[in-house]
Design a protein around this ligand. Structure first.
Ligand SMILES: [Zn+2]
Length: 81
């Protein structure tokens, strides 16, 4: 792991990610990111969130429906309603 820069938390606990990092990973404003905590090593790790069903948050059996990810089970429930 490489240190890119040092940033100060603002009064609400926020930081701005360095543009070099956002560009390297293709993270645009609004990109969903998962936040992982490694308390033993006092680290926080960000990772682009895997797509999830907009209804049940499942990550399996996803299909795009109207630009949103929906799992097969929720699609079936919608069709049957
Ligand atoms: Zn679902």
């Amino acid at each position: 792991m490489e240190r890119i820069s040092t940033r100060l938390l603002d009064e609400l606990g926020r930081i701005a990610l360095p543009s070099v990092s956002r560009e390297a990973f293709g993270w645009e404003p609004g990109a969903p990111l998962d936040i992982f905590e490694d308390a033993a090593n006092q680290q926080v790790v960000l990772r682009q969130a895997a797509p999830r069903c907009v209804f049940c948050k499942s990550g399996t059996g996803l299909r795009l429906f109207g630009g949103k990810h929906v799992c097969a089970q929720c699609l079936r429930a919608i069709r049957e309603s």
